[in-house]
Design a protein around this ligand. Structure first.
Ligand SMILES: Cc1cc2nc3c(=O)[nH]c(=O)nc-3n(C[C@H](O)[C@H](O)[C@H](O)COP(=O)(O)OP(=O)(O)OC[C@H]3O[C@@H](n4cnc5c(N)ncnc54)[C@H](O)[C@@H]3O)c2cc1C
Length: 482
């Protein structure tokens, strides 16, 4: 089983990652990435440790594998998968969104349904299965860019001679295709092994050149990773920014500059309908996004715990209106957890024998996520008050002989010495107020599409017959005459 060290070593591969106008020599030696590399390494180490119960014998490869990559074929499999995803989420308290199990879930869904990819000309289904086996066998970290860069999204930008910025086929060769363009928003791409590239936004017959699905190593010639401003570099210390310094996933715009993609790495070629079907006619979207909800459940519990501790530390938790706030936060947290368990308990089996979380409950949670997470952050913000601002400029104020006496006198709480109190409130600030916190709010609202898109999934997957039937029954039980 791949260890954290083995993972980190593979990242020194001359990948083209850019920050502040310069190409980074080695991501493992740069402060912007060291925290997240360490955090992902810890995940691989946790998986490799048999005590954590994450290992199984994969029927797809015949070898030892990590359960997070599993194609679930029974309810028990789903439970085991959830426990392993939770174990990983707990290593970052839910603050690493695009750990290897996210796209791993999509790839498991693809591989369970290879026929969806075969177009009668090329056996793309074999490529899908082969790549999935590689991922399982080597515990690869795959991230994805499946959204075109934000620019002109109107239909008028399409059609012959269009000037879209989205990645598309530039030319075809005997051995593969050449692609150019860009795609957003490669979370953790700078520190992953492979990139899955496709398009989640609806495509039409005018979009064939962009209707692609393929994988490419992050260090492939022509792949350029332009990271947003990192949050880990400027922070004084882990004590001052405990989350930013460890879990900054460095989202990036990815540019493809005449990248050669061999046919063996292509899953869909010039086929808008198949691009859509890969996500929704296979369990891919459900498996990938159920990882996201399992992770969110872990994060919500952590946010709730921080809120409860702040109320305790400030001696506020006996006040009824404070208890009401904590009760609301507890309800939000339980809602996410409850939907994860409901989706698992009411799991459905598809025509290939894959047992997947029930889409009704999965998409219900996703449809509400843009309300649930911001509300939870708002509640924590209310409980924290000015305590997250009344903080020393850095840990040095707590160490210096000049400032320490005042810090100790004026920043302690009845139950906590100053250092412990400051530690707690600095953590709260990294959840509600730092740049990292702002990015997380944006992430939870948008990672699976804009909020209206997530609600559309809930609309399409509810199964309205069940709601309509009793209405029809009731309406037919009386009429204008009685
Ligand atoms: C922190 C973060 C990390 C991300 N990581 C990844 C990643 O790793 N890989 C990846 O592929 N993507 C990633 N994404 C991108 C994410 O998938 C997109 O942001 C998301 O799909 C929304 O697309 P958009 O940003 O283009 O928003 P838009 O589609 O432009 O929507 C923005 C807003 O415009 C309005 N709007 C747009 N279209 C309509 C419409 N048809 N009807 C009504 N209103 C409309 C809505 O108010 C909507 O909220 C990430 C995003 C964030 C914020």
């Amino acid at each position: 089983m791949r260890t954290g060290r083995q993972y980190a070593e593979t990242l020194s591969d001359d990948r083209a990652v850019f920050l502040e106008g310069e190409r980074i020599k080695d991501v493992t030696c740069h402060r912007a990435f060291q925290g997240i590399v360490q955090s992902i390494s810890e995940m691989f180490d946790a998986a490799a440790d048999p005590c954590n119960g994450m290992l199984y014998c994969s029927p797809e490869t015949g070898g030892e594998a990590n359960k997070v990559f599993m194609i679930p074929r029974s309810r028990d499999d789903l439970v085991e998968r959830r426990k392993s995803i939770t174990r990983w989420a707990e290593t970052s308290y839910g603050f690493v969104g695009r750990s290897p199990d996210h796209v791993g879930g999509f790839l498991a869904g693809f591989a369970s349904s290879p026929d969806t990819f075969n177009d009668g000309v090329r056996a793309f289904g074999e490529n899908v299965v082969r790549f999935y086996r590689l991922v399982v066998d080597r515990s690869l970290f795959v991230t994805y860019v499946i959204i075109p860069p934000q620019a002109d999204q109107s239909v008028a930008s399409r059609g012959p001679g269009d000037k879209r910025l989205q990645v598309g086929v530039q030319s075809e060769q005997d051995a593969g295709m050449i692609v150019s363009g860009s795609q957003m928003l490669g979370t953790s791409t700078a520190v992953s092994d492979y990139l899955f590239v496709s398009c989640m936004k609806p495509l039409t017959g005018l979009d064939e050149s962009y209707a692609l699905s393929f994988v490419v190593p992050v260090n492939a010639p022509g792949v350029k990773v332009y990271c947003r401003r990192p949050y880990a570099t400027e922070q004084a210390s882990a004590f001052d920014y405990p989350l930013s310094s460890r879990f900054d996933e460095t989202d990036a715009l990815v540019v493809f500059d005449k990248v050669f993609v061999p046919w063996e790495s292509v899953f869909v070629y010039r086929n808008p309908e198949r691009v859509r079907r890969q996500f929704f006619d296979t369990p891919a979207h459900v498996l990938g996004n159920s990882q996201a909800q399992i992770r969110l459940a872990t994060k919500m519990k952590f946010v709730l715990g921080v809120a409860r501790k702040i109320a305790e530390v400030n001696n506020l938790d006996g006040i009824p209106s404070v208890q009401e706030k904590l009760g609301e936060l507890a309800s939000l947290s339980s809602l996410v957890e409850g939907m994860v368990l409901a989706a698992e308990s009411a799991a459905v089996t598809d025509s290939n024998g894959v047992v997947k979380p029930n889409p009704r409950f999965l998409y219900c949670a996703m449809g509400m996520q843009a309300e649930i997470y911001p509300r939870a952050i708002q509640l924590l913000r209310e409980l924290a008050g000015g305590g997250v601002i009344q903080l020393p400029s850095s840990y040095r104020d707590l160490l210096s002989d000049v400032t320490r006496p005042d810090m100790e006198r004026y920043l302690h709480s009845p139950h906590l010495p100053a250092t412990k109190r400051v530690q707690l409130f600095k953590l709260a600030w990294d959840i509600i107020g730092s740049e990292f916190a702002g990015r997380h709010l944006q992430y939870e609202m948008f990672y699976a599409g804009a909020p209206f898109v997530a609600r559309n999934y809930a609309f399409r997957n509810y199964g309205f017959e069940e709601a309509l039937k009793p209405v029809e029954t009731f309406l037919s039980s009386y009429d204008i005459n009685r």
